[in-house]
Structure formats: C-alpha cells, structure tokens
Design a protein. Structure first.
Length: 47
C-alpha cells in the first residue's frame, strides 16, 4: 500500500487551494469592482 506523509498531503491540499480557490476569489473581487464602477458611472450620468 502507499504511505502518504503529512507533508505530501499538505502540499497537495495547498496546490488544490491555489488552483481552485484563488481564481474564484479573484473573479468575485473583479465582479464587485465592476459593479461599483457601474454605479459610479450611473451617478455621474444622472448629474
């Protein structure tokens, strides 16, 4: 049977976080910034 060490397990979990979670967080951040910019543009257009 394969013996998996703690270090290998943490490395694989860390890589999964880097590959999946961080791009998701970046896209959420950019959508939030885009919404704020649209609101600012609407306020400027009304004036």
């Amino acid at each position: 049977m394969f013996r998996i060490g703690v270090l290998e397990l943490t490395l694989t979990c860390g890589l999964l976080l880097l590959v999946l979670v961080i791009p998701w967080m970046i896209t959420k951040f950019y959508t939030r910034v885009d919404r704020r910019l649209e609101n600012i543009e609407k306020k400027i257009d009304k004036k």
